[in-house]
Design a protein around this ligand. Structure first.
Ligand code: PMP
Length: 381
């Protein structure tokens, strides 16, 4: 129950373990073509251009920056934690002049601050992390996108901890580029970076004055490949991750069978139940207000006086694996629960039960059974 890699569906793992075909084989061409079409549907972007690359989420970040930014471009990063910092570092590597709008860990820069920043300076793009996995803070992507549109800045969303879990409507909300990685709510083992670029992002890319300063991630190399496979033809730039793409095709089909609205609602319901249980056990959370807390993960603070690593070892002993802190300022003060992808009620109950057992084993005073009861009450109500 860490925030990625998550647990995977048996059919996805079976596709991953099937004999590897040639990347030019008719069955792979069909699967890759379907995968590209389904990616567009999952991102809710009918006219977007998908890119599926072998690499982790950081490659998606790298590819976004390399292809959209040119030296000297001014870029605004709405920063809610560790991954906002990383995005800024990558953008600077490509010569961007980066302004970070930061908040204390657990908070986010409000829309008023972002609006002010966008009025003060003209930015080529605004980069926002939808859910910063280091804090569990959920950005108001819809509201931020509206502001950036008014300021004529591109809107780029790091959806690594959100796509296919949190509500994200790329076209409707006016998002120009969104990206994710396979190992989270997309439900496929690590190894794929997924991006969808809207028409404006593609136009900005085409109008570049300078070459893309990254060879592997250059969309000039990948666009013909993506277009060919979608037209059910093969093309080559770098060997695609054949088995991961077969697995992704299965997972995307399952996601679309569930339906995007139902999927957003399931993540919201289970996420809210998990948070209600954590509060019922007397633990506080890193996000400072409920409305800015993600639904794909929960970031509880350790009870006072508890040794974090010992506590997490007790949770593991009770059968559930959780993650420690990640934000450098507060790393030792909290832990992280991922609940995305194929997550079910029984996973939340098992996790909360294991946390209760760890509280008991750590001699904490807590309301026994209150966590599990809160999960049930929250879902029933
Ligand atoms: N952005 C966010 C919000 C993430 O959570 C992560 C990974 N946890 C990344 C980017 C980077 O992805 P990866 O570890 O797959 O490179």
């Amino acid at each position: 129950m860490i925030p990625g890699p998550v647990e995977f569906e048996p059919a996805v793992l079976a596709a991953l373990g099937a004999p590897t075909t040639s990347h030019l084989a008719p069955n792979f061409i069909e699967a890759f073509g379907q995968t590209l079409e389904r990616t567009r549907q999952v991102f809710l972007s009918e006219s977007g251009q998908p890119f599926i690359l072998a690499g982790s989420g950081t490659l998606a970040m790298d590819s976004a920056a390399a292809n959209l930014v040119e030296p000297g471009d001014k870029v605004l990063v709405v920063n809610t934690g560790y991954f906002g910092d990383r995005m800024g570092d990558i953008l600077e590597r490509y010569g961007a002049q980066v302004t970070h709008l930061r908040a204390e860990p657990g908070d986010h820069p409000g829309l008023d601050l972002v609006d002010e920043a966008l009025r003060k300076e003209s930015y080529k793009a605004m980069f926002v992390t939808h859910v910063d996995t280091s804090t569990g803070v959920l950005a108001d992507v819809k509201g931020l996108a509206e502001l950036a549109k008014q300021a004529d800045a591109l809107v780029v969303v790091d959806g690594v901890c959100s796509v296919a879990g949190e509500e994200l409507r790329m076209e409707e909300w006016g998002i120009d580029l969104a990206f994710t990685a396979s190992q989270k709510a997309i439900g496929v083992p690590p190894g794929l970076a997924l991006l969808v670029a809207g028409e404006k992002a593609m136009a900005v890319f085409r109008a570049r004055q300078s070459p893309v300063a990254n060879y592997y991630a250059d969309w000039n190399n990948w666009l013909p490949v993506m277009q060919a496979y979608e037209a059910r033809r093969s093309a080559y730039f770098g060997t695609p991750a054949v088995n991961l793409i077969f697995a992704l095709n299965v997972s995307l089909q399952q996601i679309l069978e569930e339906g995007m609205d139902a999927r957003f609602a399931r993540h919201a319901a289970l996420g809210n139940a998990c948070k209600a249980a954590i509060s019922a056990l007397g633990l506080t959370q890193v996000p400072v207000r409920d409305e800015i807390a993600a639904h794909t993960m929960t970031a509880p603070r350790f009870p006072r006086g508890i040794n974090g690593p010992d506590f997490l070892a007790q949770v593991t002993r009770a059968g559930v694996v959780l993650a420690g802190g990640l934000h450098p300022k507060i790393r030792s003060e909290y832990f992280r629960i991922g609940h995305m992808g194929a997550v079910k009620l029984s996973d939340i109950l098992g996790t909360i039960g294991a946390i209760e057992q760890a509280l008991a084993a750590s001699s904490c005073v807590y309301p026994k059974g209150a966590g599990v009861a809160a999960v049930m009450a929250n879902l029933a109500g």
